[in-house]
Design a protein around this ligand. Structure first.
Ligand code: ATP
Ligand code: MG
Length: 1007
């Protein structure tokens, strides 16, 4: 109601909020209101007009062009029932056409009634065949079960018709029914005028029709897909696999022979055994304590609430098991969604189950069984028996005193008899009363529940009531009642649950983490995701998790319940699990007010959680699986259009996001089928991640780009991209020490660069190969590659590339102990980068790169005690180092700069280089230029490299001494007035971190 109130506030008519609330007018009802309704509510004319105008504009927000909105075509799971009249050809030969018409009408009426009873939809009459959908246009969480129940109900009504009919036995009505469940496309209207219909397209209708032809007269045959969804609700006989005409794979078929008598949905849902309980210790302890009190006559009621699949029934099951060994009687009432309007349905089901009555018994046998049951309760009398027989629709031909009571009187007496039965059972032994799913309770059973709660306080009785959120009980505040509100299980418990389900299958860590992340702590989701994965034939190493068929209906029904929110949820699902109001509005091209309204509804329904207000709000789908279902319900073409739109909105209106998160744009272009754009953004994303030392991410981005290259038409551009992606991959793989993969990537890059004559790229490939061979200790190969790089670069006049190769050669020669040759190469490298040739070439070598190459030369010189040369080199490197983004090299430059100063007898710290500031990553001043570097962990590396540089200096006899704190100029501290004690504390803190960036200053050098 909150959202309708807000809507009224938006119209400036908040004075009616309470009135609408009082009359339970939600958005669904709002759309149906007309002038006379408003008049009846006492709203004056002017306001009536205003409200009606606003209602007219209350159509669902439009999804962007090409994206399905509610009512348009959708992909979804539907259960399809196909039934056909048996022997219609013979009947048409035998019967007068008018009689035949009447017969077919009766049959069709029976079909319509049975389908309507379970909220299905008759899509088409085809001669004497009837096609019905369950799950479209309206979905429920148990559509497969509803379809089978409708089929059984249809066969029952045909039998009843035959019994009543005066027709000859050989012209009796009989039908065959086939049922199948599967993913279909629904909703595209086809045809003209009256013959316009919305067909279901897919294999499922065909399977249902073919199974119908396999069925014997008066039987129902269901496909494996439906069988799996209905769990143990029905008795079924396996018919083996059937090769069906027009269906690719043989289908396992089952004949439904009846409904199974089960105590609860929980029991019915189980094909496999129970997973051992995870967590819930506190809740179970509370229940057991209440049971102990109840056993002693101090009756208790506990309401267990929580969202679907959270474990309410599992908890009551655990209670049941814990007390199983104690003497007691258990009564189980199960409320069901499809019997919300059937008075006393849970009571009837319990009586029949406990008495052992089923449809095969004759009325007299049923009465006997009922009598036996009631004889167990001491107070039962003949009137009770008559009332219960009436409740169970058993003809009472034994002349029990069936007083001809008014309905209200009959109900009152029935309620009293039911309470009396409970009292008399409780008088003999404690009673555990489990009342499941009272959010679906029918009004009569609710009255009974209220009476039981009232009576409970003085009986040895524990009533455990389960409910999803939304059930409001008047009695929850009473002294003998308690509330257990179940929350989601935590990550550790979720993992334990996956482990227990998967037993010793040894699911890979990444899959386990995926399940835990997707399931959001809902045990049902964990179970279904894990089981689906284990049962599927796909390998379990890295497949993405699809929404299990067992969850499709229930998740979809939650979306279908929305009025204005569904199309918006569909658009949002393409944005991701988290999205902003602002981006959503931009993509939907709708006024913010409409989006706001839709988000209100999504928020109120618990599907989306919103933080903040207005266009600044950020939203998150509460369940990853709801997002998946919303997304998967979009047609593929609609999804593509939507992603294209999102990508272009990001590029045009959200340039910061596009700049900072190119991978987001890349993903949308990829899903939108815009290959060229996607490739370009994957490249950007990879480069950006690599520059921030996020190499694992960079590898992922480059790989996604590579995957798309096959769709790129222009051969030259494709070649460029292929080389660049492979170079990027190799560089990042080298850092994470995936040597073989890196070499393979370079082989691929080399072959393309060679065949497309790209010398610069080829020089780069060889240089990188040289760099890979170096750490592998393959110095001959390393030299060979750098030589190739140098030669190619030289021939093409690429000074920078040549310099890099020379640097590489210098390193390799040095490592081989060929100092003079190494130095020669370093000299050439230095010349290349500093000399006139270089300046003339106007090469735009990035500062870092140049700096790095020079520094390598400097270090080698230092080793050889060429201190003056080293100093000169380092000096040359310093400005580039400072301007560069790599703190490690900057520190290195700093260290060497100090070496030079030391040699000249100068001292100390160069305050302009903020080495000591990088003493403790994570405590950097916000906004400092090194903050970004720190995020990547570069500061740590930089600091340790600087220390390495100090060690190098020491090796050649230049002594640096750690400062004591007092010697560090105050200007270098972040907070000038820090005390010695606080510095000591900080040092102690720093020691606890591994690796430890050190606090140091370089002090005068002692020779
Ligand atoms: N703590 C738990 N440990 C192990 N399994 C659990 C736990 N909680 C729930 N499950 C399992 O998760 C599934 C869903 O639980 P359950 O049926 O109890 O949910 P529910 O809250 O009763 O849902 P609904 O509202 O649909 O009735 C069941 O198969 C159950 O065995
Ligand atoms: Mg339950």
């Amino acid at each position: 109601m909150r959202d309708v109130s807000q809507w009224l506030v938006g119209l400036g008519l908040d004075e009616y909020a309470a009135l609408f609330d009082e009359h339970k007018i939600d958005f669904e009802a709002l759309a149906e209101l007309d002038g006379s309704d408003l008049k009846e509510l006492g709203i004056p004319l002017g306001h009536r007009k205003k409200i009606l105008k606003a209602i007219a504009g209350l159509d669902a927000p439009q999804a962007p062009a090409g994206v399905a909105a509610s009512g348009e075509a959708e992909r979804r799971q539907v259960t399809i029932m196909f039934c056909d009249l048996v022997g219609s050809t013979e009947l048409s030969a035998e019967l007068d056409p008018e009689d035949l018409r009447a017969l077919i009408n009766e049959y069709q009426d029976a079909c319509r009634a049975a389908v309507a009873e379970y909220d299905g939809f008759v899509a088409r009459y085809m001669g004497d065949g009837v096609l019905a959908y369950f799950g479209y246009p309206k979905s429920h969480e148990n559509d497969a079960e509803r379809a089978v129940l409708a089929a059984l109900s249809l066969l029952e009504s045909l039998q009843a018709l035959n019994q009543r009919s005066t027709r000859r036995a050989d012209s009796a009505l009989a039908a065959r029914v086939g049922i199948a469940t599967g993913l279909v496309v629904v909703g595209d209207l086809i045809g003209e005028g009256a013959s316009r219909e919305s067909p279901v397209v897919g294999e499922t209708p065909n399977i249902a029709a073919r199974l119908q032809s396999v069925a014997e007269p008066d039987t129902v045959v269901i496909a494996q897909s439906t069988y799996q969804l209905t769990g143990r609700t029905f008795e079924c006989r396996a018919l083996g696999t059937q090769a069906l005409k027009g269906v690719a794979e043989p289908v396992q078929a089952w004949q439904v022979t009846g409904t199974r008598s089960v105590e609860s949905r929980f029991e019915a849902a189980r094909h496999v055994g129970l997973t051992p309980l995870v967590g819930r210790e506190e809740e179970l302890t509370l229940l057991l304590n209440r049971w102990k009190r109840a056993r002693d006559g101090d009756g208790r009621v506990v309401l267990i609430t929580g969202e679907a699949g959270i474990g309410k029934s599992r908890l009551t099951e655990e209670l049941r098991r814990s007390v199983a060994a104690e003497p007691h009687v258990r009564i189980g009432y199960q409320c069901l969604a499809h019997y919300q309007n059937s008075a006393f349905h849970p009571v009837i089901a319990e009586l029949e189950r406990t008495a052992g009555i089923d449809h095969r018994h004759a009325p007299a046998e049923k009465l006997d069984l009922l009598e036996t049951l009631l004889s167990r309760s001491a107070d039962a009398n003949d009137e009770d028996l008559a009332l219960f027989a009436d409740l169970l629709s058993i003809p009472n031909d034994r002349h029990f005193p069936d007083a001809h009571l008014e309905p209200a009187q009959r109900k009152e007496k029935t309620l009293s008899a039911l309470v009396r039965r409970l009292e008399s059972l409780a008088a003999a032994t404690p009673v555990l009363f489990i009342f499941e799913d009272v959010h679906w309770i029918d009004p009569s059973t609710l009255e009974l529940l209220e009476r039981i709660v009232e009576r409970a306080a003085t009986l040895p009785l524990l009533v455990a009531v389960t409910s999803r959120p939304g059930f409001e009980a008047a009695w929850t505040g009473q002294p003998n009642t308690s509330l257990i509100s179940l929350s989601r299980i935590d990550r550790r418990q979720s993992r334990a649950l996956v482990d227990r389900i998967a037993e010793h299958t040894g699911l890979p860590e990444s899959v386990l983490a995926d399940i835990v992340a997707k399931a959001d702590g809902i045990p049902l989701f964990i179970e279904e995701l894990t089981r689906t994965l284990l049962e599927s034939e796909r390998d379990t190493t890295g497949s993405s998790l699809d929404v299990p068929a067992t969850l499709q209906d229930s998740l979809m029904s939650r979306l279908d319940r929305l009025t204005v929110g569904k199309p918006v949820a569909q658009v949002a699902s393409a944005l991701g699990r988290e999205f902003t109001h602002e981006l959503l509005s931009a993509v939907c091209e709708e006024p913010p007010g409409k989006i706001e309204l839709a988000l209100d509804e999504l928020d109120a329904s618990g599907l989306v959680q919103r933080r903040g207000t207005g266009s600044q709000a950020s939203c998150v789908f509460k369940h990853a699986l709801i997002q998946d279902v919303a997304y998967q319900s979009l047609l593929r073409s609609a999804r593509q259009a939507l992603h294209r739109r999102i990508a272009s909105v990001l590029c045009e209106e959200f340039t910061d996001t596009a700049e900072l998160q190119p991978e987001v744009v890349a993903r949308h272009f990829t899903e939108g089928g815009e290959t060229e754009q996607a490739i370009s953004y994957w490249q950007r994303a990879g480069d950006r991640a690599a520059a921030r030392a996020a190499h694992a991410e960079a590898i992922g981005h480059y790989s996604r780009g590579l995957d798309l290259l096959g769709d790129m038409e222009d051969a030259e551009r494709r070649a460029t991209a292929e080389v660049d992606f492979n170079l990027g991959l190799a560089a990042s793989m080298r850092v994470v020490e995936r040597w073989d993969d890196a070499l393979q990537a370079l082989d691929r890059a080399e072959s393309v660069a060679r065949s497309h004559d790209r010398p610069a790229k080829l020089a780069e490939v060889h240089y990188l190969k040289g760099n890979l061979y170096f750490p592998l200790g393959r110095f001959e190969d390393c030299l060979h590659e750098h030589e190739q790089s140098r030669d190619i670069a030289r021939r093409a006049g690429l000074l920078e590339k040549e310099a890099r190769a020379l640097g590489g050669l210098g390193d390799a020669y040095y490592q081989r102990g060929r100092m003079i040759t190494a130095e020669r190469h370093f000299d050439s490298c230095g010349e290349n980068l500093s000399g006139a040739r270089f300046r003339a070439s106007r090469s735009r070598v990035p500062g870092d790169e140049r700096h790095r190459t020079i520094l390598r030369a400097a270090i080698r010189r230092m080793h050889r005690r060429r201190n003056e040369q080293c100093g000169a080199c380092a000096q040359d490197s310093q400005p580039a180092g400072r301007g560069g983004r790599d703190p490690g090299h900057m520190l290195l430059g700093y260290g060497h700069g100090q070496v030079r100063r030391g040699i000249r007898g100068q001292s100390e710290i160069d305050g302009t280089v903020s080495t000591p500031r990088i003493r403790k990553p994570g405590r950097l001043r916000p906004g400092s230029p090194r903050q970004a570097a720190d995020r990547d962990g570069a500061a740590r590396r930089g600091s340790s490299r600087a220390q390495g540089s100090l060690r190098e200096c020491k090796k050649i006899g230049i002594d640096f001494r750690r400062s004591d704190d007092s010697r560090i100029p105050r200007s270098l501290h972040r907070r000038p007035r820090r005390t010695r004690a606080s510095l000591a504390r900080r040092r102690a803190d720093a020691r606890d971190e591994q690796p430890q960036p050190q606090l140091f200053a370089i002090l005068p050098i002692r020779h």
